[in-house]
Design a protein around this ligand. Structure first.
Ligand code: ZN
Length: 228
C-alpha cells in the first residue's frame, strides 16, 4: 500500500494546502514552513487570554482556547477558506488533533465530559457537505477520547434576511437562534463548546447561554481561530 502511495506521489505529489508546494513524506497537509508561520495564539497555556476576555461579562466560561489568529489575507485565512469552502474537511480534523494534544499537555482534558459543536444552518451544511465545527470536534475527540455530542444544540431557522438588521439586532437574533435538543443530555456536564472561528462571540454566547440554562455544570470554549 505504501509502495502504491509513493508511486502515485511521484506523479501527483500532494501539495501544501497553504502554499501549494509539494509536501515531503514527513509533512501532512501543511508544509513545515507554513506550519511554523501560522500565527499561533498559545491560549491553551494562558488562562486569561483574548478569547476569554472577548466573552467577558457576556457569558461565564471556565477556560477558552484557540489555535491561531485569523487575519484577513494572512495564511490562516487561506487555510480556513480551503477548510470551509473547498471541501477539505481533513484540515479541521488535523486542527482538532493539534488542539487535543495541547489540551492533553496542559491537563485540560480531565476538566471536560463532552464536546459539543456549534450547529450549522441546514442550508449551509447541505451546500458545504459537512459542519466544520463537528469535524473540528471529532479531531479533538480522536486525541482526547472525550466523546462528541452532535446535534445537542439546534439552530432555530429564521426566514428573514440578516443583512437589513443593525449590529445590535443581529446580536439579539444570535442569542435566540439556538435551543438545546434535550436538556437531560447536558445537565450536570462539563462541556467544551467548539466552533471554527470566534469573531464577536455572539454565536458562542447564544449557544453557551442555552447550555448553561439547561443545567450544564461548566462551560469551556475552543475554536480553531480568533478573528483579529
Ligand atoms: Zn506551505
Amino acid at each position: 500500500m505504501q509502495l502504491i502511495k509513493d508511486f502515485i506521489n511521484l506523479f501527483f505529489p500532494e501539495v501544501c494546502c497553504i502554499c501549494d508546494k509539494a509536501l515531503t513524506l514527513n509533512e501532512n497537509l501543511i508544509c513545515f514552513r507554513c506550519r511554523s508561520e501560522l500565527p499561533r495564539t498559545n491560549f491553551t497555556s494562558l488562562y486569561d487570554n483574548e478569547l476569554k476576555s472577548r466573552l467577558h461579562g457576556k457569558i461565564n466560561i471556565n477556560f477558552g482556547t484557540a489555535i491561531f489568529y485569523f487575519y484577513k489575507s494572512g495564511i490562516s485565512q487561506t487555510l480556513m477558506h480551503k477548510f470551509k469552502y473547498q471541501n477539505r474537511p481533513e484540515i479541521g480534523r488535523m486542527a482538532g488533533q493539534w488542539l487535543g494534544s495541547e489540551m492533553q499537555e496542559k491537563g485540560l482534558v480531565e476538566r471536560i465530559d463532552v464536546i459539543i459543536p456549534v450547529p450549522l444552518h441546514k442550508r449551509k451544511e447541505r451546500k458545504r457537505g459537512y459542519n466544520q465545527s463537528l469535524i473540528f470536534a471529532k479531531g479533538i475527540s480522536e486525541v482526547t477520547q472525550v466523546p462528541v455530542m452532535d446535534k445537542a444544540i439546534k439552530r432555530i431557522e429564521y426566514g428573514e434576511s440578516q443583512t437589513k438588521k443593525t449590529r445590535e439586532q443581529r446580536w439579539k437574533v444570535a442569542q435566540k437562534a439556538f435551543s438545546v435538543s434535550n436538556p437531560e443530555n447536558v445537565k450536570g456536564k462539563k462541556i467544551l463548546l467548539v466552533d471554527d472561528v470566534i469573531t464577536t462571540g455572539a454565536t458562542l454566547e447564544g449557544c453557551g447561554l442555552q447550555l448553561l440554562n439547561s443545567g450544564a455544570a461548566e462551560l469551556n470554549i475552543a475554536t480553531m481561530a480568533v478573528a483579529k
